[in-house]
Design a binder for this molecule. Sequence first.
Ligand code: NDP
Length: 487
Amino acid sequence: MKMLIGGKWVDAAGGQTFSRSSPGNGMEVGIYPEAGAEDVDRAVAAARSAFETGEWPYMAAEDRARILTSTAELIRKNADRIALIETLESGKVISQARAEMDWSANLWDYCAGVARTLHGDSHNNLGPNLIANVMREPIGVVSIITPWNFPLLIISQKLPFALAAGCTAIVKPSEFTPGTTLILGELLMEAGLPDGVVNIVTGHGRPAGQRMLDHPGVDMISFTGSTAVGKIAVQSSAQQLKKVSLELGGKNAQIVFADANLEEAADAIIEGAFKNAGESCNCGARLLVERSIHDELVQRVSKRAQSVKVGDPLDPEAQIGAIISPAQLDKIVGFVSRAREGGAGVLLGEGRAPSDAGLYVYPSILTGVDPQMEVANSEIFGPVLSVIPFDTPAEAVAIANQTDFGLSAAVWTSDYERAVAMTRRLQAGTVWVNTYSSGPAELPFGGYKQSGIGRENGRAGVEEFTELKTVQFHFGGRQAWWVRGQR
Ligand code: NDP
């Protein structure tokens, strides 16, 4: 496939390419241009020109919305093809990839609505001589850098929101999963998006991603990925004081009280910890369980976990597919073995699952985890659940809040007074009560602490990509400033 710059499908200026092999079976599934700094410069120039002199920022919201709606329809129409590429490149199971297509299309639909209702404010209470408009304007050219765990879904949490606001963009998908973002580029062109409004470069974090962070022609950075690269983005943004929006890691707690519906909680715990092979910022990696029900709940969770099917991502019955890369697989297995050496019990999970060419791990449940252990604090990004008992709500809150992260948390209880009290104390951008991992397009998503800056989705998700401009209109004659006073 080729990259999309200024409405044209192009190779890298240097002619280099890179390939992607499926983590499910080791076979090559895609060859892509390897963008260098020169390619990013061309993409920024195209986005800059589309923003400065193109029609997009000033287009009637009605027309912009029509393109976003058409894109949603095209995603649905092409869902089988996109889901297949998503599965081949990411290793996620096909049933889940298929579900993510609808979820993604829904975000494009939502943004079509928000584009038409986005507006500023007006003030007519400023005295007889002044009225003012506060206008919401697109921030400009946005660098969007995405990871490999939910390729189409994560770009759909950013790009339609930026477009709804009237921005133009340069997008770089992960080196592991470029295919579906390029297909999205095809669909945007088919939907009638003007040339240069969205430019897609494929390549590596260095040099292409870094150039997208550093480029002086970029007004805003929108990044999802590791906290380490998020910090690089912040450092880089300081050069021109670009706006930065970050969606980073998590070490999310599922807190279960003795009065919870344990059958439902057990199901959600499995989903939260093992969906997408745990390669999710929202992974419910810590189970905080009231001590009196510890054994019963662990037994229920473990019984369900044993029936989770690990295998070929293309198998419609598989629930955990392949791990994205050998390095990520080693990272997961390393965490489990260090936890075992540190005294945790490995109730379930023997590490790497046998396969000739694929990258598979069994889901793990670690018991007797001390809140101070590495496995209780670091993001693993794999199917590893750490179980930590607690005795009081205050202790549960303290353990839940102790990490550097603050992305999400869940509370399981039938006592809604307690649930409300817990939601007020948990330091997390999302708190679920008696559910896990739902994410309607209407609701803002993002993190406290080192889980990020800013919010995606909902109205806040579009407003991230805007600037406020205050315009003051004076009426009547002007009084000389020394008569008016110094205000
Ligand atoms: P990264 O943060 O390295 O990658 C995410 C994106 O950033 C990719 O597109 C990557 O490009 C790009 N990137 C990397 N370095 C730079 C740079 N210097 N400047 C600009 N862009 C850059 O994540 P990894 O893939 O290395 O995963 C490592 C860990 O990060 C995981 O184990 C997990 O803990 C966490 N993670 C969190 C995610 C989340 O959803 N919050 C998503 C993915 C990972 P390229 O792929 O080409 O290197």
